[in-house]
Design a protein around this ligand. Sequence first.
Ligand SMILES: *Cc1c(COP(=O)(O)O)cnc(C)c1O
Length: 461
Amino acid sequence: MKDLLRELPSVDEILKDNDIKKLFSIIKRENIIYAVRKAINFYRDLILKGDVIKFNNKDIINKAIKYISKEKQFKLRRVVNGTGIVIHTNLGRAPLPKNMSNKLIDVSTHYSTLEYDIEAGSRGSRYSHVEELLCILTGAEAALVVNNNAAAVLLALSTIAKGKEVIVSRGQLVEIGGSFRVPDVMSQSGAILKEVGTTNKTHDYDYINAINENTALILKVHTSNYKIIGFTYEVKLEKIVEIARKYNLPTMEDLGSGVLVDLTKYGLSYEPTVQSSIKSGIDIVTFSGDKLLGGPQAGIILGKRKYIEMMKKNPLTRALRVDKMCLSALEYILKIYRDDDPQKNVPVLAMLTLDKEELYKRAENLRNISGDIKNLDVKIAEIESMAGGGSLPGLAIPSYGIAITIRNMTANELEEKLRINEIPIITRIIQDKVIIDVRTLFDDDYIIIHDAIKNISEEVT
Ligand SMILES: *Cc1c(COP(=O)(O)O)cnc(C)c1O
C-alpha cells in the first residue's frame, strides 16, 4: 500500500499532460487544479481502502477530465420525474407553470415594485402584492407570507404564545419528513406544549380541562401525512373554536397542505380547504405554498387582522421574509386561482386530476416512440401514483406508465443509468422492472426518455 501511495503523481505532474493542457484555454486554471487534486485524492482513498492495486497517470487524468466536465454542469438542475409522486419533496415539490417564466424573468432581471407603492410614489409593503388576493380567495381578513410553513408556525407561536401554554391533541403531534416536528417547533418558539387526550382519541373535555391562566392558544395540526383509523375521535374545528371563544383564547390551525379547491370534485379524497378553515371562525391558519397549492416554497399565514398585525411587527418576520422571486411566483399562482382554471393551469392539480384514459394514451405514446429501439422490451403498466409531500396520505391514485427492460441489464443497472443521464430520469423499480409513471411527465420529457433509453440500449452487446 505504501508503495502504491508513493506512485501517486503530484498535481504539477498531471498538469503537464497534453490532454489537460488543452483545457487551459477554455477552463479557469484554478478549476483544473481543483479537479486534478480531487482525482488524485480519489485514487489515494481507493488505495487506503485497499480497493485498487494498479493504476497509471492516465486513469487519474481521465478522472480529472470527468470531474471538470461535471463541474461545468449546474448541480441544481432539471430532472425528469418518472416516479408518479406529484409533490416530490426531493425533486423540488411543486413544479411551477411554464407560462410563469416570463413574469419571473421580467421582475427579477429588472427593478420592480417589490416595496414601492406606484400610486403613492412612496415606500410600499412587499406583502401587499399577495395579501388582497389571499383574502379574496379564502375569506380571511388579513394575510402574511414567510419562507415556508415551518416558519409560519414558528412565527405564529412565537408571536402569540411565547412563554405560555399551547394546547394540542396527542393525536396531532406530527413529524413531517426532514425535521419539522410539532413539539420541536413549539419549544423553538418559546411556547410550552400542553398535550391533551390520547393518540387515538381527544375529546372536548380534554381541551376544556387543560385550559388555565397560562394558556395562550389552542392549536390544531392537520395530520396531513398520516391517518389514524379505527377507534378514534377528534374534536371538530368548529367545536375547538367554540371552546376557545368561551375562554377568550385564540385558535390556530396548521393545515400543512392548504388546498383552495375541493378535491373530491375530481374524485380525490377529501382534504379540508383553506376556505372551510377560515369559515369555522378560526383566528390563524397556516399552510405551505408548494404542496397542494402548487406554488413556490412559502408559508402562508391567514387570519384575523389583529393577529396578523402582531406577527408583522415581530422581528422574526424580517428574518423569515420571502424574496421577490417567491412573491412574483405566488402572485402568479394566486391569480390563476382567482381568474382562471386552476385544474388546468396549476401543474400539481393538473397532474393529480389526470383521468385514466388520458394517462393510458400518454403511456401508449411513450411506448410507441420507443418502438424502434433494439434490445428493449417495453410494456404498458398499470400502476399507482401518489400525491407525495405528505399530502393526501394513504391515497394511491390509479395510473399508467411503462415497464422497461433492456437485454442483459438488471433493473438496478438500468435505473442507475437513467438516473445519471445528462438530464437525470428518476424512476421506480417495481417487481424487478424499471417503471416510468406518465402522470408526472411533461411533454418535453418524452423525447429525453426516448434518447436516454436509446443510448443505454445501444451500449449493450
Ligand atoms: C408540510 C407541513 C409542514 C411544513 O411545511 P413546509 O412548507 O415544508 O415548511 C408543517 N406542518 C404540516 C402539517 C405539514 O404538512
